[in-house]
Design a binder for this molecule. Sequence first.
Ligand code: WQD
Length: 331
Amino acid sequence: MNVLITGGNGFIGSHTCVELIEAGYDVIVMDNLSNSEGENVKKIEKITGKKLCFYNTDMLDYSGVDRIFKENEISGVIHFAGLKAVGESVEKPLEYYENNITGTINICKAMKENGCKRMVFSSSATVYGTSGKVPLVETLPTSATNPYGFTKVMIERILKDLCIADPEWSVMLLRYFNPIGAHESGVIGEKPKGMPNNLIPVISKVAMGEMPYVMVYGNDYNTPDGTGVRDYIHVADLAVGHIKAMEYLLSHKGSEAVNLGTGKGTSVLEIIKAYENACGKEIPYKFVKKRSGDVAVCYADTTKAKELLGWEAKFGIERMCIDSWRFTQKK
Ligand code: WQD
């Protein structure tokens, strides 16, 4: 069965490609390589020993997207492609709305045109906005605090409306919490371009001596140690969740939103401690003022993922940090 992975060269996309190939799927990758040089496609081939069909195509290029469907019998799409930096989205809203929303509409139009009506969409816990009602459950209303988050809210709406208009469509909206870690081989992992925003890439740079210390954004939150609490999930667990989602779509129509998290909250200081244990080095840090837009606590209600997909996360924080460190050292 052919599955098209848009954004398959990215962090979560590349890990999902590996899992799909190892589960026996045939994978076609579409990526505009805006976020990296394309080395992940070769790395996926190295890990799996399988040649990958790759298209260097931008989802804003409708004819290029349509060509992929014309040249391949595609049964389903896992749609990762999109811009995803929260801060950057505030500075460049038009670029984010055009790329993420118009791009997704192009993908859906090409799917419809070519008779493919199954999509797993890479959504995010960011659609819960600043609701603060933890554990976060899928029935909560969606909102956002930045253009990036609003693109995810709007794309979820577009896909739900598509399923209402045409009951032949099957859509799974996967709401990721905080994906971290790396493939156990250390060959692929999280390698953001430029200065990292997320916690683990910052800690990795400090561990490698490329940054002097971690700036901990706030230590007076209403949490056990005063620092922000998040639901960190191993990217390998996340990848398996996509396989389960695609399998579900093979026998169900309509749209569903499902959280992919561990259901456990971990603080910034606890992550730093776990990373120190993984790398065997001290990770210096300084408390600075809170980052605007951050919530104190965010973690998933995992009931629906278990009941609907038969999926739950397997790996804990220690393994996430060990796998992340192994990749960091090999980069
Ligand atoms: C985690 C915790 C920070 C960096 C973001 C996006 C979200 C999703 C996942 C795409 C928070 C603290 C961080 C640092 C710190 N991405 N922190 N110093 O903000 O929970 O979620 O990534 O879908 O949409 O918003 O992740 O890793 O940036 O922050 O203290 O240098 O670490 O305050 O408590 P976040 P993060």
